[in-house]
Design a protein around this ligand. Sequence first.
Ligand SMILES: [Zn+2]
Length: 439
Amino acid sequence: MSKNTKGTELKAFRGELLHFLADPSKVEESESYQFFKDGLLVVKDGFVERIGDAETLLTNLPSDLHVTHYKTGLIIPGFIDTHVHYPQTEMIASYGEQLLEWLENYTFPTERAFSDEQHGKRVAEFFLSQLLDAGTTTALVFGTVHKESVDAFFSVAEKKKLRMICGKVLMDRNCPDYLSDTADSGYEDSKALIEKWHKRDRLQYAITPRFAPTSSKAQLDRAGELLSEYPDVYMQTHLSENQDEIKWVSELFPESENYLDVYDQSKLLGRRSIFAHGVHLQDDECDRLGATESALSFCPSSNLFLGSGLFNLNQAREHGVNVSFGSDIGAGTTFSMLSTISEGYKTQQLRGDKLSPYQSFYLATLGGAVALDLEGIIGNFLPGNEADFIVLDTHATPLMSRRIGHCKSLTEKLFILSMLGDERHVAATYIMGQKVEEN
Ligand SMILES: [Zn+2]
């Protein structure tokens, strides 16, 4: 690296370089991205300084500039996971149930242990190292009902200098007593956590009602009140994941027009509201999501694992809804966004629809940033963005290496990476321009 007299730190990364500038479903696909066959990413003090063709840029940069050259690497922005539960890390791959029984039999007993902050820290440490190994640099994360679970998560994420969003679950009915808060205690605890953590370093807070069945109307209203007091915090919850769940919601909230309307009536929709799943939405719900600039998190590995259904990506697009990808650990079966894309592609195939490689890599990077209202900060390599990025290596495994030998185009390369790829193909993860070292 090169340090000038003002103490600024300049370094550069060379290799194939790809990032998105727009949603490929909204513009000509070829105009949605920038690709450099021999590219250079220049990072100054942890932020993107510029990108471009390596030979051209290098002529104008200091001759002692430290350049890390990835000869078989594809450099892209870090993946963004917009729906994941860190406390469910150790219950991944729990057999045999659909959503409501799965929550009761596996999730609630597992989440109980997070009243202990030290336990939370141990799990958060492992969870974050798994995310980083998979090339995910930002996530929107559920804690448990315990305040301690969020203190634990944020304190570990802060040490790692990560851009993370998390919140304490709100849950005041239809759950075990040991996991229950109240409308008032949920409000007060969330407020205290916002005051303590929101916008501290790169951390941000999300108000987190688990889902409509486990919150009273009073609790959802208090959550809406809190969101209006702190309009720049996030709201995350679940929506229309499973048919039995939807039926239950209509019984619990007979005065609501549909599932989304339960949240709408409590003023929980908006630019920083992210709804996980949305597998079985009516057109008027999609209209309302689009009109309020709310986002959906498409969680294909979880939707398949729990037998929830096939997310209708085209329906969301037609209604102008921001969509992104979620791993939904522990109902999801992988931390890897590459594997998640693969499950997403197969989901669309089962619907008779297509998910193009450009579209899926967009959703996993810039699309995630847009969903989180973080474009211009992360998600691509525009100058001034935080330099969280990864290096994908198509030669990390014999099968992909062999297949890539027959590859003729960038779109084919991206498709192969997402169909055959996983953590093994993430050669390096960088946070603010610093390489994450192996644990
Ligand atoms: Zn979830």
